[in-house]
Design a protein around this ligand. Structure first.
Ligand code: ADP
Ligand code: MG
Length: 292
């Protein structure tokens, strides 16, 4: 492609809110055969709201929310924001926490007022020997409603399940249809649990999805598809998507996502809409036509 036609293409894309960082990405975009989409914050709004608090060992919702929110105060995850927002709405004061640790793609832990707090998915609970007996069924039924259930443990005992629901972006379904109409295989990857992932995939018309994927395995999935001969596009918003974004043939970051994701990607979708993907591909096709 001539530098001039690439410049024109980059400009056209920018008008549509699609920032292309390098000319090579513009030229590769139209060749993408498989597009991987992260779920949380990419297909969905990434602004989940607390929908359910199921008490296990805890006696009241307010104290659960207080501890959980104090713990999540150190996290940047969209799920953390949901907990913090819910506590703020109820005017719950946050407590000081010590030795905060985020376990990417699994949850968070810390100490608070002499108690050890743990919040996250079933895998994290298993690793820390928290007994979930009697509660996994409840978590599963929440997940089937496309909610994300998280386990909250205090001193190694399950205190509650807190579920959040993350609405699907209003135009994700049509944007995914557009990609599929372009002959692109659309695949969803998420660190979230299998039932929630299945419910969301069904709603947006994606038949191939991988759930409970760890951050390092997101990149492995990209590599796997490349080894099968696919030209892989990856779209994500989180820290956990960064390695996959960097490895993909074209990485697309959601503009409202984390800085790490944006820095690792070739393209930024400023509007956050997945229509930016088909827009980028259309501009790429036009650019390549002009240079022939
Ligand atoms: P996605 O790939 O869909 O963006 P993540 O990989 O970031 O999701 O997270 C995977 C799962 O790990 C979440 O669904 C949740 O159960 C758990 N998790 C991650 N971060 C947190 C957190 N800050 N608080 C509680 N749970 C968390
Ligand atoms: Mg995400």
């Amino acid at each position: 492609a001539t530098p001039m036609s690439v410049m024109v293409g980059v400009g056209k894309a920018a008008e549509a809110g699609v920032l292309i960082r390098n000319g090579e990405a513009l030229q590769t975009a139209s060749k993408v055969t498989a597009m991987i989409l992260d779920k949380t914050g990419t297909i969905t709004e990434g602004a989940p709201k607390v929908t359910d608090i199921v008490l296990a060992n805890a006696t009241d919702e307010k104290s659960v929310l207080q501890l959980a929110a104090s713990l999540e105060n150190g996290s940047e995850h969209p799920l953390a924001e949901a907990i913090l927002e819910s506590a703020a709405l109820k005017k719950i004061e946050l407590l000081k926490i010590q030795s905060f640790k985020a376990i990417t793609g699994q949850g968070v832990k810390a100490r608070c007022e002499g108690k050890s707090l743990l919040f996250g998915n079933a895998k994290l609970m298993a690793e820390e020997d928290v007994d979930l007996t009697g509660f996994t069924g409840r978590a599963q039924s929440l997940a089937k409603e496309a909610k994300t259930p998280m386990y909250f443990a205090v001193d190694g005992e399950l205190a509650a399940i807190i579920a959040v629901a993350d609405p699907i972006k209003h135009d994700s379904i049509s944007a995914i249809k557009r990609l599929q109409a372009n002959g692109i295989k659309v695949i969803m990857l998420t660190g979230d649990n299998r039932e929630t992932a299945a419910a969301v995939a069904l709603k947006v018309g994606i038949s191939e999805f991988y759930a409970e994927v760890l951050p390092e395995d997101k990149a492995s999935k990209v590599k796997e598809l490349q080894n099968l001969g696919e030209i892989v596009g990856m779209t994500g918003d989180g820290i956990n998507d960064a390695p996959a974004l960097a490895l993909a043939d074209v990485g697309f970051a959601i503009g409202t996502g984390t800085d790490v994701a944006i820095e690792s990607a070739d393209v930024t979708l400023m509007r956050g809409s997945l229509h930016g993907l088909a827009d980028a591909i259309a501009v790429s096709k036009a650019t390549l036509r002009n240079i022939k």
